[in-house]
Design a protein around this ligand. Structure first.
Ligand SMILES: NC(=O)C1=CN([C@@H]2O[C@H](COP(=O)(O)OP(=O)(O)OC[C@H]3O[C@@H](n4cnc5c(N)ncnc54)[C@H](O)[C@@H]3O)[C@@H](O)[C@H]2O)[C@@H](O)CC1
Ligand SMILES: [K+]
Length: 516
């Protein structure tokens, strides 16, 4: 499913009205009706207070009020705008609502009596929010939030930026948001996602070719996306048909990361997994692996692989390996930086680069090297690693803030610049491809913020690459399944106790759930 920015949605509104000839008032009728129906479904016996702005979001609110009034609900409309400053369509709805005898007041404040025992419909600002909320509206929004009344937001909670999910000054916290045509980016990025509550996307008649248009570059990764990407299993097949993944991971003190990456590969369907580890630790691994094979790599004597490992790896992968995962727990050294430089330029199979693999690039390899990659590369940084990739160390703090605030733009720009696919882990995880499209994941929970969670994701994505999914699909399906397994784990054992091996443990349930 596509996701729109505020500006894209306004353009869809405009084309629908001007080029297709559907009047704005018709769209507004359907929008307001959709909201009223949701209110009736969720709050059938309540008094309803509709807070409206003077724009078209307010117009939707007045239509909702009229329908609810017509169905016998007790409704009150409070308009937070000047009477002479209503948009044309909002004013039309205001005039109609007056004829229906609906109580309407123009206000600049609100009190306990207004909302006591009521459900509030928030129709103050929608996609037209263009600046910080100021003055008395700050108090109105804060008062609604503190009151604890149920809130249904029209299109997007007032005060939330449709483009970034930022709170512009203050915002109303909704239990339910009813949006139209397409979800907006601000519904999924934080804190907008928390403010939106449960989201419903209602069809109000926008032309399908507009809301499915390739011009829209932000997409959602949901169960439909994932269902369409499940790698096939064939009756007449053998392990060689499901890919052989080489996991290059682990160093002294960080053996668990390597093992989890390899295990996640196997649990995601790989036919064969070889774990390449520093040779001084080979015995440690030998004792702990079960289904995996091991490949000892020359190391520097301190349990971190040395530059000589490159030749061993390149020789090993020739004609035998389908994908490589490199980085979990591997350590950072000047040799590792050179190993990464060589691998990126010489690997004949796709690479998933994570953790210390990313840190090595950030520390000592100009990221330009990624444009010289011989095979597709997927990077899977978390916020801190992304900041490191983008910054000189002196500006790391500033970049961390930037990555937190601007996840979509940062991911998109990096992928376009380097030609690498980017999986920017976080809440939510964003996938970006070099053509400028981005994908927002919808699974996952705070319980997954735990050591090793990223190593598991790396293993899943590498496994999918090995099974023949292209880098984009392996990333999309991988992040969805990782989050789904985490969600099932959280349902079963709670978020607090969730550890990374639980995510691996619940991968089978995730596959079963997706397959219905
Ligand atoms: N014809 C259309 O374009 C349709 C629009 N729809 C609804 O209309 C909404 C968009 O309508 P509008 O573009 O009129 O915009 P809004 O109704 O979201 O708000 C615009 C008004 O708020 C003012 N404003 C913006 N930020 C402010 C701030 N921080 N403080 C004070 N005032 C501020 C603007 O100057 C403008 O007067 C959508 O979210 C949706 O609910 C739907 O009815 C479907 C059709
Ligand atoms: K709103």
């Amino acid at each position: 499913m596509k996701v729109a920015t505020g500006q894209e949605m306004r353009e869809i509104d405009r084309i629908t009205i001007e080029d297709y000839g559907i009047p704005g008032l018709v769209l507004m009728e359907r929008a307001g009706l959709a909201v009223a129906l949701k209110v009736k479904e969720f709050y059938p016996d309540k008094k309803i207070v509709i807070l409206c702005g003077g724009g078209n979001n307010g117009g939707d609110g007045i239509v909702a009020a009229r329908n609810l009034h017509n169905w016998g609900f007790k409704v009150n409309v409070l308009i937070f705008a000047k009477k002479n400053a209503l948009s044309a369509d909002c004013n039309t709805q205001y005039q109609i609502a007056k004829k229906f005898g609906i109580p309407i007041e123009f206000r600049d404040s609100i009190n306990e009596r207004d909302i006591h025992g009521a459900v509030v419909i928030d129709a103050i600002f929608g996609t037209g929010l263009s600046r910080y909320v100021k003055g008395n509206l700050i108090e109105v929004f804060a008062f609604i939030n503190a009151s604890g009344v149920p809130v249904v937001a029209v299109d997007i909670p007032s005060g939330v930026s449709s483009d970034t999910g930022e709170i512009l000054g203050e915002a109303i916290m909704a239990d339910i948001t009813v949006t139209f045509g397409l979800p907006k980016v601000g519904h999924f990025l934080h804190p907008g996602a928390e403010y939106s509550g449960k989201l419903f996307v209602e069809d109000i008649g926008f032309p399908a070719e507009l809301i499915c248009s390739e011009v829209l570059k932000v997409n959602l990764i949901n169960s439909q996306t994932a269902s369409s990407l499940i790698p096939a299993r064939y009756i007449n097949s053998h392990k060689g048909d499901y890919g052989h993944v080489l996991v290059i991971a682990g160093s002294k003190g960080k053996t668990g990361a390597a093992l989890m990456t390899a295990k996640a590969c196997l649990r995601s369907g790989s036919g064969l997994v070889t774990l390449a580890v520093p040779e001084s630790l080979a015995n440690v691994f030998q004792d702990r692996v079960t289904e995996e094979m091991t490949l000892p790599l020359p190391d520097d004597g301190r349990g971190v692989i040395s530059l000589k490992a490159v030749d061993v790896i390149l020789k090993f992968i020739a004609g035998k390996i389908d994908a490589i995962a490199v980085g979990p727990g591997i350590g950072v050294s000047s040799d590792m930086e050179r190993v990464m430089t060589e691998l990126i330029q010489k690997s004949t199979v796709p690479l998933v680069i994570d953790a210390d693999g990313i840190n090595s690039i950030a520390e000592g390899v100009p990221r330009k090297i990624l444009t010289k990659a011989k095979s597709p590369v997927i990077l899977t940084p978390h916020t801190g690693e992304m900041a490191r990739l983008l910054s000189a160390s002196s500006t790391k703090g500033q970049w961390s803030m930037e990555v937190r605030k601007n996840r979509i733009d940062i991911a998109r720009a990096f992928s376009k610049e380097t030609g690498a696919y980017l999986v920017l882990k976080g809440t939510p995880t964003i996938v970006a491809n070099p053509e400028g499209s981005v994908f927002i994941n919808t699974t996952g929970n705070p319980g997954m913020a735990t050591a090793g969670s990223g190593d598991v994701l790396t293993g899943i994505i590498a496994s999918l690459l090995g099974q023949g999914l292209n880098p984009q699909n392996a990333s999309l399906f991988g992040v969805y399944m990782h989050g789904l397994a985490g969600d099932i784990a959280a349902e079963s054992i709670g978020e607090h106790s969730l550890i990374a091996s639980d995510i691996i443990g619940f991968l089978p349930d995730a596959f079963l759930k997706l397959q219905g």
